[in-house]
Design a protein around this ligand. Structure first.
Ligand SMILES: Cc1cc2nc3c(=O)[nH]c(=O)nc-3n(C[C@H](O)[C@H](O)[C@H](O)COP(=O)(O)O)c2cc1C
Length: 442
C-alpha cells in the first residue's frame, strides 16, 4: 500500500499530533478561526462534520517540524539532508490501472464543487478557496510536466478562478498554450501525502518533473493513473482530483484574498478553470492550507533552506543549523565562524542563494535558530546595531511591492565579536542534558 494522506493522518494520530472534530462546523464563519487555533496548538485537525459538505476537511498536517519530519521518516535535524538526497536521487513515477482517487467519477451535471468543504480563510476573502491542490499541466511545446500549488477561488458548481503568477511555470505554460489559441488541460490533486505536496511546492527548473522528486522523497515511484477527461496523468492515491481546462483568452474577477504575507491582494482579472470531471475516493478528505501559516512556511521553506545551506557549504562555512521562518522572507543561520567578518559573508551568500530573502540573521552555533526567542536573545545580547547591520540598498527582495517595503535587503550579524567568545559564553545550569524533570515528577 502506497503512503497516502490517510496513512499519514493515521501516523499523526498514533503520535498524538491529530485531533478529530466531529461537532458541526461552518466553513464560512467558523472553520478558519478553529484552524488558526489548531496551528497555534501545533496539532493537525480532521473535521468530519462540515456544514453542507460531502467530505472531511484536514488542516495543519505539517504545521510543525516534528510532523514534517514524521512525513519524511527522519529526525527533524535530518530534514535538509533527506531533501537534498531526494533532489540527487529522483525516482520516475509509474502508471497504474487501479486508482483509489478514481473510485467515484463525476462528470457533467454531477459535478458540484460546492459540496466540497471549501473554507473561507480570512474575513476579507472573496469566498472559499482551494489552497492545497497540486496543479498538474504539460508544456504544450516540450510535453514536460509541471506541478505547482495555486490558489483557486470557488466560482460555481464547475468553475474556479486560478492565480498563476509569472514567472511561475504554470503561468508560462498557459501563456504558451494561449498564444497558440489553445485551452490548457489541467488536473488538480487534493489530499496527497505531504511528501507529494512538498514536491509540488518546490520550484524545479523548467522541464524537471516534481513527481520524480516526490518519488525520491518517498524512496519509491509515485503511482499515477490516466485522467478520465483530459490528456494528463494524475496521482492514483490522491483523495480528490479535479480535471478541467484553463480556457484561452478568458479572465474574470478573482480575489480579494488574504495572501501569505497576511495582507489582502485586491480583486484581479485572473484565469478560470472549467471543470470537466471530479474523481474521488469514497468518504474523501479535502486538505486545505492557509497561506503564510506555519504549514505553508514549512512547506516552502525547506527547499529554500537547502539552497541557502548548500551555498554556505560551498564556500566552506561551518553551518550548524538554518531556518527559513516565521515567514519565508526571513532566515536565521547558526554557524561556527572561522575568521572575523565571516558571519557577514555567510549572510551575503545566503542572500545570493535565495532571492526573496529580505533579512538574514547570522548567529553562533550555540543559538537555537528553530526558536525565534533564542534568535532575538542573540541579537539583543551579542550584537551592536552600528556594526551588526549590513544593508543592501536598492536590492529588491519580494517583487510584489508597491511601497518599497521589500526594496532592500539586510544581514544582521548577531555573532559574538570574533575572538571574544570567553566573554559571551552562555551560562547553563549544572547537570547534563540527560537530567530530566519527568524523573522527579514520576
Ligand atoms: C498554500 C500555497 C498557496 C500558493 N499559492 C500560489 C498562487 O496562488 N500562485 C502562485 O503563483 N504560486 C502559489 N504558491 C507557490 C507555488 O506553488 C510554488 O512557488 C511552486 O513551487 C511554483 O512552482 P513552479 O516552479 O513549478 O512554478 C503557493 C504555495 C502554497 C504552499
Amino acid at each position: 500500500m502506497a503512503a497516502d494522506l490517510r496513512s499519514f493522518i493515521g501516523e499523526l494520530d498514533e503520535h498524538g499530533l491529530l485531533v478529530r472534530i466531529t461537532k458541526a462546523v461552518d466553513p464560512a464563519t467558523e472553520a478558519g478561526r478553529l484552524m488558526r487555533q489548531l496551528e497555534l496548538r501545533g496539532v493537525a485537525g480532521l473535521f468530519t462534520n462540515v456544514n453542507g459538505a460531502d467530505a472531511s476537511l484536514a488542516y495543519n498536517l505539517i504545521g510543525t517540524r516534528t510532523a514534517l519530519a514524521l512525513a519524511l521518516g527522519v529526525d527533524p535535524g535530518d530534514l535538509r539532508r533527506r531533501f537534498r538526497d531526494a533532489i540527487d536521487r529522483r525516482i520516475e513515477p509509474t502508471l497504474v490501472a487501479d486508482a483509489p482517487s478514481q473510485e467515484l467519477v463525476r462528470t457533467g451535471d454531477e459535478i458540484d464543487l460546492r459540496r466540497l468543504p471549501l473554507v473561507t480563510h480570512s474575513t476579507g476573502d472573496a469566498g472559499p478557496y482551494i489552497t492545497a491542490g497540486a496543479v498538474i499541466a504539460r508544456d504544450p511545446t516540450t510535453g514536460a510536466r509541471n506541478i505547482s500549488i495555486n490558489r483557486m477561488m470557488l466560482a460555481g458548481a464547475a468553475e474556479t478562478g486560478i492565480r498563476m503568477m509569472p514567472p511561475q511555470q504554470l503561468g508560462l505554460i498557459q501563456a504558451t498554450a494561449e498564444a497558440a489559441g489553445s485551452d490548457l488541460p489541467v488536473a488538480v490533486a487534493i489530499g496527497l501525502h505531504p511528501v507529494d505536496t512538498l514536491a509540488a511546492g518546490t520550484s524545479l527548473p523548467a522541464g524537471e518533473d516534481e513527481f520524480a522528486l516526490a518519488g525520491g522523497l518517498r524512496g519509491e515511484p509515485v503511482r499515477l493513473a490516466r485522467a478520465v477527461s483530459v490528456d494528463l496523468d494524475v496521482p492514483a492515491d490522491a483523495e480528490i482530483v479535479i480535471e478541467g481546462v484553463i480556457p484561452a483568452g478568458v479572465r474574470a474577477a478573482e480575489g480579494p484574498f488574504g495572501d501569505f504575507l497576511e495582507f489582502y491582494v485586491p480583486e484581479m482579472q485572473n484565469h478560470r478553470v472549467r471543470v470537466t470531471a471530479v474523481t474521488h475516493r469514497r468518504d474523501p478528505i479535502l486538505q486545505t492550507m492557509v497561506a503564510g501559516s506555519r504549514e505553508d512556511v514549512n512547506l516552502l521553506g525547506l527547499s529554500r533552506e537547502v539552497d541557502v545551506v548548500s551555498a554556505l557549504e560551498r564556500v566552506g562555512t561551518r553551518v550548524v543549523d538554518a531556518r527559513v521562518g516565521p515567514t519565508i522572507l526571513i532566515c536565521a543561520i547558526a554557524i561556527d565562524p572561522r575568521y572575523p567578518g565571516e558571519a557577514k559573508n555567510a549572510g551575503l551568500a545566503a542572500l545570493g542563494a535565495y532571492p526573496w530573502l529580505k533579512y538574514c540573521i547570522v548567529v553562533d552555533g550555540d543559538v537555537d535558530v528553530q526558536s525565534s526567542d533564542d534568535v532575538w536573545w542573540a541579537i539583543a545580547n551579542r550584537s551592536s546595531p552600528e556594526r551588526a547591520v549590513v544593508v543592501a540598498h536598492g536590492a529588491p527582495a519580494f517583487p510584489r511591492d508597491a511601497h518599497g517595503v521589500h526594496g532592500s535587503r539586510a544581514i544582521i550579524d548577531a555573532t559574538i565579536p570574533f575572538g571574544a567568545s570567553n566573554h559571551y559564553e552562555r551560562r547553563v545550569p549544572p547537570g547534563g542534558p540527560a537530567l530530566d524533570l519527568d524523573d522527579w515528577l514520576a
